[in-house]
Ligand binder design. Structure first.
Ligand code: PHE
Length: 340
């Protein structure tokens, strides 16, 4: 029996055959198991001889099966490795790289342009208090300009204070003036929120604020700085700019800046034609704001400006609708995004 089974194990050439041998000999109803059962009926003398013999047989067959199993598994692996060889001459699978969102691209462009003029970057919280978003910026309580901002209010906290989602980046002007000694030259990129929704307005959008505070600062600096910016940003040497009087509670005088453009034929071309397009709000920092931030208006003056980044990106890169900016559609992102 022993040599017969060992022979069968040696020639078993796949794992299934090997397993049927194991079941046929050592399984519950196997031949060796059957012999083991006869031990009970043997007389004690015979059992003393046969017991160890049968146990040794069982172990020997088990070992032989295990050893053969390892051999067969190795062979199977070798065969698989040989058949699945990697073909190094095949072209590589296409690598899908991400793209920079146009808003982030424009943030970087703006930071670079003002960085070259000596501005550094400051930031503030998206959830603001009434003081920084309105009061310190010379919006008195009940002033109609507050209503124009379509503010999102938070649920009042334990002290009954109603925080807001900041409606502009201007509160960071206040934070900067209250925490830094002049001279100040900062730009402030960030998200802002207003309850508004159509092709050119989304409830969350992006602004870049600018603030300059120094001992002798005037409208000429403001105009020169922002005109230089427009030329650098739109990458045209001679963009004509126009400053129109406007009103903001926190600047006096205030002005909106327009750039010369051509609107005939659908998309806007900056630096040509004779239409005007408003791109930012600006003005000299109001003396009340300086005082609210602990600065003496007789010692310091400054100018500030704020621009909508999403709209600047639409203009520069010819995107017709603002809403897809925030819909996370990968097709839109890979079409308009910036590949590194
Ligand atoms: N905060 C203003 C707005 O959101 C823009 C602005 C900033 C105007 C700074 C003047 C000075 O409309």
């Amino acid at each position: 029996l022993e040599s017969e089974v060992l022979g069968a194990i040696a020639v078993a050439d796949d794992l299934a055959v090997l397993d049927s041998i194991r079941v046929g000999e050592l399984g519950k109803k196997g031949r060796v198991s059957g012999l083991m059962k006869t031990l009970g009926k043997m007389d004690p003398e015979e059992r003393k001889v046969m017991g160890p013999k049968l146990n040794a047989l069982k172990n020997k067959l088990n070992d032989a099966i295990d050893a053969r199993k390892v051999e067969l598994e190795d062979a199977e692996l070798d065969a698989r490795l040989a058949s699945e060889k990697a073909d190094l001459s095949l072209p590589a699978a296409p690598w899908k790289s991400g793209a920079l969102h146009p808003v982030m691209q424009v943030f970087e462009e703006i930071e670079e342009i003002f960085g070259a003029m000596g501005f550094s970057v400051a930031e503030g919280p998206d959830i603001e208090d009434d003081f920084h978003n309105f009061t310190a910026l010379n919006f008195p309580v009940g002033h109609p300009a507050r209503e124009e901002h379509d503010t999102f209010f938070m649920v009042p906290d334990a002290e009954g204070e109603r925080k807001v989602l900041r409606t502009h980046t201007s509160p960071v002007q206040v934070r900067t003036m209250m925490s830094k000694e002049p001279p100040i030259r900062v730009i402030i990129p960030g998200r802002v929120y207003r309850n508004d929704w159509d092709a050119t307005h989304t409830p969350m959008f992006h602004q870049v604020e600018g603030l300059v505070i120094d001992k002798v600062t005037h409208m000429g600096h403001l105009k020169g700085c922002l005109t230089d910016f427009a030329r650098a940003f739109f990458e045209v040497d001679e963009v004509e700019t126009r400053f129109r009087p406007h009103f903001f509670p926190f600047t006096e005088p205030s002005a909106e800046m327009d750039v010369k453009c051509d609107r005939s034929g659908g998309n806007v071309k900056i630096g040509q034609g004779d239409d005007w397009l408003e791109i930012l709000g600006s003005g000299m920092v109001h003396p009340n704001v300086l005082r609210n931030c602990g600065l003496d208006p007789n010692e310091y003056q400054g100018f500030a400006f704020g621009m909508g980044v999403d709209r600047l990106a639409m203009l520069k890169y010819g995107m017709p609708d603002l809403r897809p900016y925030f819909e996370s559609d990968v097709r839109w992102l890979s079409h308009y995004g910036f590949k590194p």
